[in-house]
Structure formats: structure tokens, C-alpha cells
Design a protein around this ligand. Structure first.
Ligand code: AGP
Length: 608
């Protein structure tokens, strides 16, 4: 959500900034801009719309210069217009800034600045920062920025250029990510690693309130009090190609096809024949035995993975598990203490509500374990313990391989807790481990076997306005994810319901041709699902069932069936979701939408 880039070096900055912004497009945005400085001049170009609008605007006369900053904006304060786009500057145009985050006290600061004679051009909260720097500059940009940062309430990642101190960028952050890339005779600033991974794999990851003063051949780091600090260089092992589309039409399709490998990675070294080992997380056997409750807190898809986690942990470990949406959890005065284990789940590791929930849980004395995909992210750094999802970079806004790895991470954790708390016998544990180890291979089979029918169904779904996803138990957890995926990228209104709940309301909406995806992998509840399927079929629904190979009874009651390979029914979720990810993708494609960057959504939701 909002992307920041910065470059200082020997090359022309404009193409490098644009390229960096393109690599951050996954974060979601609705306008973009750059500022490039030559000696004591700064050339600013900014446009509402996608990057191609900005590229057209600069095509004939690109800003020249070897130092610059760039931004993709996801509108919060003020519409996505040219004027509200970043960069923003002060009254004199001497201080030019890009910002990611929200300044909560901007109105009060703006009123004070207006009283002092400052005039504002935009409706943004960001612009106050440029005017505050103008107001507080006394010959040292770094000092002015630190002073201004202390006046700001809310979140920010900032990159700042100034005519008064050319050849320099000041970067500072609080609650919004910012990194500094280390090159040879050139340096970079970005919201996220993929922006400049093709140029360097070495980064400083700024922590809250830290400031970087960057020139082409030097990076100096400071804390909030202005003291010099040293930080370890963070070396990234992904290569630039790993973050590319790898020959697929869209990142989402590539990421779905990477699901089997992603599962393999999350299992690797943790689950081996006959053993499950999570010694990488510092949870002693005594702690594990003493916990009386688990709380899972997350947003969106990650929360649906959490619901799956609840079913699996409660069944295997016989421990109560509560699942909360993070934006609810943080304001509901949750009853947690040092006997609760809190698990926060976040692909990006930057989701504002999840991060706030983590902090709240820690404040209440609970230990927080994070499942995240992004090393060095805020959640990874602040959690007490981290289990990395190892899904590899996920670029499409719709989460697919990271969701599956969240689910598999819950399988691993459940098996580990069951082992430590001895809630399953050794033989059963052995069998369950064998089953989990089959997942990567079976995921490949699932993709191959479901692809054609999914493509055919997408051609029918593209004409629909509504769809329902139903299931019981873990199949209900899956239906939530299936419905979210369809709605977020195909814009079809999709609802998920526990199948037994249909007759308490939603059945009224079922009529001829309404698509219903019925997930029936919980074999102990199979007959009950068949009855629910008959209820919707009798009212004219077009039913697509997802069940195990061999469960052919369902064919009598539905229009189409996707069969997934047989596996212990507790772990069917990691396979059964695959055709739903594909269905969402192909339906969006059929409808001609921007699959990787759906309207109104951002990959990384760093504001409340
Ligand atoms: C996933 O498809 C969604 N785009 C969204 O619900 C996402 O899962 C949610 O915003 C949480 O993100 P996180 O995992 O990065 O915290």
C-alpha cells in the first residue's frame, strides 16, 4: 500500500525509479509520481492513474538527474488526483517528499501552519510534513526531519529530497516499512526488497524511528535522538527472476503453479519421516503444556487460514482456539494473559491491524508467535517467535501460495503441539506425518487434474452476479477463502456459508442457475453435505462439488465434480483450495479484469 523508491548514483535516475515503482505495483496504488534533482533544481512529475500515465507524461522530456525519489499512492486523504499524488513540497519547493502511512494529527498541524502563513496545494495529510520541514530547517536537513518526526502522530515512511542539500536523500520510518539498498557507487531506498533486487541483494532494514542519510557513496544511520547507529546488513537470497512472472501471463497464475513447491519449502526441515520438529521457535515443552488457550489473529485470507488452523489444532491437540479478525481483536479488550499463546498470521508482515494486535497481546503478557512470509518485516521483527512461511515472494494482490503455506504451517504446528502434549499416539502421529509429506506431490496432481474443468466453469461463472460457497467444518473454512478469492478479483458477489446454515436465510437467494461451490472433503460429514447439496439443487442451483477421488455418490446430485487426490481428511484443505484459486483466476481473466491488481485493493495494508 503506497510504494516508495529512491536512487542516488551515476546513472539517470528516472528509468531506475520507474522500474522500481513497477516492481512495487503489487502493493496497490491509484497515482504515481517522481522527483529528480539536478544540482539545486528538483523536477517533479506526478499523475493520477497507473504508471503508464506517468510514463506517457515524461516520455518526451524525462526529468534529468542522478538523484531522485518516486512514489505510488493509494489514496487515503483526498481523491486520487494529480494534485494529491506524491511527491509533495513546501511553499518554496525546496523540500520534496514522498510518504507512506497516515498522519493522524495532520489537521491540527495544518491549521497551525496555515496560521503561520503556509499555503497548501493538496488535500493530503502528507503535505504538512514538507511545510513542517520548511518551518524547522536550520541548516541541517537530517536534524529538521528528526524534529518534525517527533511532531507526527501516526505512521510514516518518508523519503526526502532538498534543494538546500543536493545529492542526498533522507529516509525515516515509523510503522511503515522502509529499506536502504547498498550498491557500488550507488544506493537505493524502497518500501520493499523486490524494487531493487536486480541491482543489489544487500539492504539495511530500518526499524521504527530510525533515519538514514544517504548519498551516492555513503549511508549513515541514526536513531530517533540523532545518535549514529550501526546495523547489520541484511542479505537476501532471492534473485530478481524469482520475483518475475516466470513466463506466466499473471503473477497470480505463476503463484498458483508454485503452490506445490511452496508447500515443499514450508515442510522442509520441519516435517521429516517419523518426526516433526519446530525447535527453530523458542517454545519450551513446559510452556506448550501450560498454555490453556490459543488465539489466532489475522486479516482477510490469513484469518481464513487461521479458521482452518482452529479446526485442525482443536481436533489434534484438544485445546481451545479462538480466531479473531485483527481489526476487531485490537478493540475488543480480549481476555488473554501469559497462559495464552497468540499466533498472528500475515503474509506481508506489515498489516497494520495485525501488527497492533501483536503489540496488544505482548502488552497483556502473552507470547506472540508470528507466521509470516517476509523476512525482516515489522511483524517478523516484533514477534517473540517467527515461523517463516517460505512461500517465496508473492506479488499478486490475491494471496494464493502464501495462504496454502499458512494452512500447512498450522498442520505442522498442530502436529508439533500434539506430539509435545501427547494428545495423539505415536502411531497416529507417524501416519499423520506421512500424509502431510505427500502434500507437494498431490498438489501438483490437483492442479493438473482440475485445470480443464475449472477453465470451462469460469466461462459460465463470468456471466454470473452472485455465487455461494458451502461446506462444513474444515470445508467451511475453505469456502470462506474460495468466496473471498472469487469476489476480490472477479468482482462477483460471493458468499461463504456453513452448509447447515443455508436454511436459516441464504436459501432464499438460491434460484435457477445460481452457482454453488460445495466442498465435501470432510468424510465424516459427507452424508450431511449431500443433503445440503440436494437442498440447493432442488432450488435450481448450478452445483460444482469438490471432493475426494472415489466419492462418486455426489455425482447424482450435482452438475460438475472436481476430484482431488485422497489424503487424510484433516489435511484436504491444502489441496481442495487449489481449484478454487484457479476458478477465481480464470473467472477474472474471462471477465477481462486486472487479475494481479484488483480495483480498490492493496497487497500490503499498512494503514488501519
Ligand atoms: C488476500 O487475497 C487478500 N488480498 C487479503 O485478504 C490479505 O490476505 C489481507 O490483507 C492480509 O494480508 P497479510 O497476510 O499480508 O497480513
Amino acid at each position: 500500500m503506497c510504494g516508495i523508491v529512491g536512487y542516488l548514483g551515476e546513472k539517470e535516475a528516472t528509468p531506475i525509479l520507474i522500474e522500481g515503482l513497477e516492481r512495487l505495483e503489487y502493493r496497490g496504488y491509484d497515482s504515481a509520481g517522481i522527483a529528480v534533482s539536478v544540482e539545486d533544481e528538483i523536477d517533479v512529475v506526478k499523475k493520477a492513474g497507473k504508471l503508464k500515465v506517468l510514463k506517457e507524461a515524461i516520455s518526451e522530456n524525462p526529468p534529468a538527474g542522478k538523484v531522485g525519489i518516486g512514489h505510488t499512492r493509494w489514496a487515503t486523504h483526498g481523491s486520487p488526483s494529480d494534485l494529491n499524488s506524491h511527491p509533495h513540497s513546501d511553499c518554496t519547493g525546496d523540500f520534496v517528499i514522498v510518504h507512506n502511512g497516515i498522519i493522524e494529527n495532520f489537521q491540527q498541524l495544518k491549521d497551525e501552519l496555515v496560521d503561520k502563513g503556509h499555503s497548501f496545494r493538496s488535500e493530503t495529510d502528507t503535505e504538512v510534513i514538507a511545510h513542517l520541514i520548511e518551518e524547522n530547517y536550520q541548516g541541517k536537513l537530517r536534524e529538521a526531519v528528526l524534529k518534525v518526526a517527533r511532531m507526527l502522530e501516526g505512521s510514516y515512511a518518508l523519503a526526502i529530497l532538498s534543494k538546500r542539500e543536493p545529492g542526498k536523500i533522507i529516509a525515516i520510518r515509523r510503522d511503515s516499512p522502509l529499506i536502504v539498498g547498498i550498491g557500488e557507487d550507488e544506493n537505493y531506498i524502497a518500501s520493499d526488497i523486490p524494487a531493487f533486487l536486480q541491482y543489489t541483494n544487500q539492504f539495511y532494514i530500518l526499524d521504527d524511528e530510525e533515519l538514514a542519510e544517504v548519498t551516492r557513496d555513503n549511508i549513515s544511520l541514526y536513531d530517533a535522538a540523532g545518535n549514529r547507529i550501526e546495523k547489520d546488513v541484511f542479505v537476501v537470497n532471492w534473485d530478481a527472476e524469482m520475483a518475475e512472472k516466470g513466463g506466466y501471463e499473471h503473477f497470480m497464475l505463476k503463484e498458483i503453479h508454485e503452490e506445490p513447491d511452496a508447500i515443499r519449502r514450508v515442510l522442509s526441515n520441519r516435517v521429516t519421516p517419523g518426526n516433526v520438529d519446530l525447535s527453530e521457535i523458542n517454545l519450551s515443552s513446559e510452556e506448550i503444556r501450560n498454555y490453556d488457550k490459543i488465539h489466532i489473529v489475522a486479516c482477510g485470507t490469513a484469518s481464513y487460514a487461521g479458521i482452518m488452523g482452529k479446526y485442525v489444532i482443536e481436533e489434534l491437540v484438544r485445546m481451545p482456539v479462538e480466531v479473531d479478525i485483527a481489526s476487531e481483536f485490537r478493540y475488543r479488550q480480549p481476555l488473554i494473559d501469559e497462559n495464552s499463546l497468540v499466533i498472528v498470521v500475515s503474509q506481508s508482515g506489515e498489516t497494520a491491524d495485525t501488527l497492533a494486535s501483536l503489540r496488544l497481546a505482548q502488552k497483556k503478557g502473552a507470547k506472540v508467535l508470528a507466521f509470516t512470509n517476509v523476512t525482516g518485516s515489522s511483524i517478523a521483527r516484533e514477534a517473540d517467535e517467527v515461523l517463516y512461511l517460505q512461500a517465496g515472494p508473492e506479488i499478486a494482490v490475491a494471496s494464493t501460495k502464501a495462504y496454502i503455506n499458512m494452512v500447512v504451517a498450522f498442520y505442522i504446528l498442530a502436529l508439533y503441539l500434539a506430539k509435545v502434549r501427547s494428545t495423539v499416539t505415536e502411531d497416529r502421529l507417524y501416519e499423520l506425518i506421512e500424509e502431510v509429506l505427500r502434500l507437494p506431490k498431490l498438489a501438483t496432481e490437483t492442479i493438473e487434474k482440475s485445470l480443464e474443468l475449472v477453465k470451462e466453469r469460469a466461462r459460465v461463472y463470468k456471466l454470473q452476479d452472485n455465487a455461494f460457497f458451502i461446506g462444513r467444518n474444515i470445508d467451511f473454512a475453505l469456502s470462506l477463502e474460495g468466496a473471498l478469492k472469487l469476489k476480490e478479483i472477479s468482482y462477483i458477489h460471493a458468499e461463504a456459508y456453513p452448509a447447515g446454515e443455508l436454511k436459516h436465510g441464504p436459501l432464499a437467494l438460491i434460484e435457477d442457475g445460481v452457482p454453488v461451490v460445495a466442498i465435501a472433503t470432510r468424510l465424516s460429514l459427507y452424508d450431511k453435505m449431500l443433503s445440503n447439496i440436494k437442498e440447493v439443487k432442488a432450488r435450481g442451483a448450478d452445483v460444482l462439488a469438490i471432493t475426494f477421488e472415489g466419492e462418486t455418490e455426489v455425482e447424482k446430485s450435482v452438475d460438475h465434480v472436481i476430484y482431488i487426490p485422497r489424503i487424510n481428511e484433516l489435511f484436504s484443505g491444502a489441496l481442495a483450495i487449489i481449484p478454487m484459486h484457479l476458478l477465481a483466476y480464470y473467472t477474472s481473466l474471462e471477465r477481462g479484469y486486472d487479475v494481479d491488481q484488483p480495483r480498490n485493493l492493496a497487497k500490503s495494508v499498512t494503514v488501519e
